[in-house]
Design a protein around this ligand. Structure first.
Ligand code: PGA
Length: 259
């Protein structure tokens, strides 16, 4: 069985101005007419641009790159899921490698954020595979530890509300080498994550949960991931900042996916 595919652009701390953000978003949106009934697409801009973009986008969904685990209160610099949900934000990326490596985010913090995000009906996009100096050979151990610790306090009946991402830190384009994983490696780890989910909720339910691949996906290599039905989509960084490049990634996943 194939799940409907989901392609998410993580813009990180880009672009610099709201004008550029609007131009980029509109340029992706215009190209979306061809795909909107074939795959779901979301962009995750910096928080500041969400209110403006929420007024322009129709086919593309919006996501945030992080959120607080609190609702309101004395938490300087934080943004809560309840605040995000007022701007048509549907997704929130949690546990990204850059949050873990640069800001010391722990699995415990990710778990609290998952909980609060789901309470506010945001779909968490939970990244697994980020840890300093993580090596290719150790990915199953790392993914299994992060899976267990991030989901420790989350009721199994809520797992289907989460989109999982296998994103090995060494494959992210801005990391030292930034070489994408092979399609085969991505499938192996995605199937492994699915087996961890199945232990909690059963095989049938696990099959319907989306698991994406992230790490240097772009127009030239998208086909090598999209080709596998086990991969339900992609989390795209650098290529998501170029409308044409991102659209070609979407095209590839839409072409080989189900409706
Ligand atoms: P990349 O980034 O596609 O540039 O490797 C992916 C990410 O960090 O989510």
């Amino acid at each position: 069985m194939r799940n409907r595919r989901l392609i998410i652009a993580n813009w990180k701390m880009n672009p610099l101005s709201i004008d550029e953000a609007r131009r980029l978003a509109m340029s992706i949106e215009h190209r979306m007419h061809q795909f909107h009934n074939k795959a779901d697409v979301a962009v995750c801009p910096p928080f500041l641009f969400l209110p403006a973009l929420s007024q322009y986008l129709h086919f593309i969904k919006l996501g945030a790159q992080n959120c607080s685990w609190e609702e309101t209160g004395p938490f300087t610099g934080e943004v809560s899921p309840g605040q995000l949900s007022q701007y048509r934000v549907e997704y929130v990326i949690l546990g990204h490698s850059e949050r873990r490596l640069n800001f010391g985010e722990s699995d415990g913090a990710v778990m609290l954020k998952l909980f609060e995000a789901m309470k506010r009906k945001l779909t968490p996009v939970l990244c697994l595979g980020g840890e300093k100096n993580a090596k290719k050979e150790g990915m199953k151990r790392l993914v299994s530890k992060q899976f267990k610790d991030c989901l420790a306090g989350i009721d199994k009946k809520d797992w289907h509300k989460i989109v999982f991402v296998y994103e090995p830190v060494w494959a992210i384009s801005t990391m030292s080498k930034g070489e994408p994983a092979t399609g085969e490696h991505a499938v192996e780890l995605i199937s492994y994550i699915r087996s961890l989910i199945a232990k909690g909720v059963g095989k049938h339910a696990a099959a319907t949960i989306k698991i994406l691949y992230g790490g240097s996906v772009n127009r030239t290599n998208a086909a090598q991931f999209a080709h596998f039905e086990e991969i339900d989509g992609a989390l795209v960084g650098a290529a998501g900042l170029e409308a044409e490049n991102f659209t070609e990634v979407i095209r590839e996943f839409a072409r080989t996916g189900s409706n």
